[in-house]
Design a protein around this ligand. Structure first.
Ligand SMILES: Cc1ncc(COP(=O)(O)O)c(C=O)c1O
Length: 423
């Protein structure tokens, strides 16, 4: 169950320099094997797909294997449920276009204040169709009464928003600011039952897994979700993103964005108006073998369990340090305690009598030259904007975001710098 960290790190050439990568929620480092596959595709099989000559057959198979890699990571039933795109943001915009004809005026779409990728496209769709947007806000966690910034998405806040008009609920499996994991299966099952009970015509869910996918196993079938997406550049791969659309929804809820003469009825091409970057799609096939190589069991399940375990070893000391700085004005933004419902994406602000602006905290890290962390709202604009007492939304929070290849020694380096800043 314990990861061999030296072996893990050796798979990521960028880590050899000793630079402390602490902005992994922005993007992770890339596996050697992924880069090798991209290079191999470009140098040896860079032809158009679908022809009958041998190299084209190889290219076609390579790109198809990219869909299989994503299918496996989603635990989807079929590769026909996978669409590739250049970014998650673009894929959700496409999804909102494709679903447009099946959203009626007056119907309601529930969004969160989390990353705008799962909010903006729905707001624009609502404006086009005369639908209504409702916000499921992150609210204060009762167990931390002394910290107004200890917030999270809570089911009790969602349920009153559900009505006979609810058509779609778009939320995040893991916050890219708060680091907290939302119990996706429970939320979907409770919300779906309520929507049906309250007489909704049709209810579907769209779950943002971009901040979740580097840390935990997705299971679209167990979750019973219609639409779900993540970006490989945060999961040790290249800049390519994937959207799962359940086959029943592809068939019954979505219109095609593809050329009119293409026969795409129940195919993911409906959501792919134009080909994705083929070499990147092929590069993504390097991710599942890496995960399987992490444990003796050789399964994705065992890999994700080992990753979750390793991450807690990073999270616990970092959160403990920040909690101990409460009197100095440090407020963790999000869940204050480690645990399996949390990933090592840790945000905080420094307030009180001697406040420090988030950009100034990060400046001290930048000055070291060998560590990268970041400040801001990280496109979870509404979440940060709604925090009370109010913060400057552009300064946002300081975010340290780690993954399983980070080390306990690196936590010590981070804490030493924080000690200088907070002195
Ligand atoms: C939670 C979350 N959702 C969505 C996105 C957007 O992903 P992409 O850059 O692929 O559009 C990000 C990127 O930071 C994110 O953190």
């Amino acid at each position: 169950m314990t990861l061999n960290i030296q072996a893990v790190r050796s798979k990521f050439p960028a880590l050899a320099s000793g630079f402390l990568y602490g902005d992994n929620a922005g993007g992770s480092q890339c596996l050697t094997d992924v880069a090798a596959r991209i290079s191999d595709y470009l140098l040896n099989t860079n032809v158009q797909l679908g022809a009958d000559y041998p190299i084209s057959v190889t290219s076609t198979n390579r790109v198809a294997s990219g869909a299989e890699a994503a299918r496996e990571l989603f635990n989807a039933e079929s590769v026909d449920e996978i669409a590739y795109g250049s970014s998650s943001t673009m894929l959700v915009e496409n999804l909102a276009r494709a679903i447009e004809a099946d959203v009626q005026p007056g119907e309601e779409i529930i969004i969160t204040g989390e990353h705008e990728s799962n909010a903006g496209p729905w707001k624009k769709l609502a404006a086009r169709k005369g639908a209504v947007i409702k916000l499921w806000p992150a609210t204060q966690l009762a167990q931390y009464p002394n910290n107004p910034y200890a917030v999270g998405l809570q089911l009790d806040t969602l349920t009153p928003l559900i009505s006979s008009k609810t058509r779609l609920i778009a939320f995040t499996a893991c916050s890219n600011i708060l680091g907290s994991i939302v119990p996706v299966k429970d939320v979907i099952s409770a919300a779906r039952a309520l929507a049906v009970e309250r007489g909704a015509r049709k209810i579907e869910f769209c779950v943002d897994c971009v901040a979740y996918a580097p840390h935990r196993q997705i299971d679209v079938r167990d979750w019973d979700v219609e639409y779900c997406y993540f970006s490989f550049y945060k999961v040790y791969g290249p800049h390519a993103s994937v959207l799962y659309a359940r086959s029943a929804s592809l068939q019954n809820s979505l219109s095609s964005l593809a050329h009119h003469f293409l026969k795409v009825d129940s195919k993911p091409y409906k959501l792919q108006p134009g080909g994705p970057g083929y070499e990147l799609v092929y590069g993504c096939t390097g991710v599942p073998p890496y995960l399987r190589s992490l444990t003796a069991e050789g399964t994705l399940e065992a890999a994700w369990a080992a990753i979750a375990h390793q991450e807690q070893a990073l999270l616990e000391p970092l959160l403990a340090y920040l909690r101990a700085k409460y009197e100095r004005g440090v407020r963790i933004v999000g869940e204050e305690s480690a645990g399996l419902a949390r990933v090592p994406t840790v945000s905080f602000v420094v307030v009180g009598e001697r406040p420090i602006r988030s950009p100034d905290v990060v400046k001290a890290f930048d000055a070291k030259g060998d560590v990268g962390i970041r400040y801001g709202h990280f496109y979870a604009f509404t979440l940060v904007d709604k925090l009370e007492p109010k913060l400057n939304v552009d300064d946002g929070v300081v975010r340290i975001s780690l993954v399983h290849y980070n080390t306990v020694e690196e936590i010590k380096r981070l804490v030493d710098i924080l000690d200088e800043v907070l002195a």
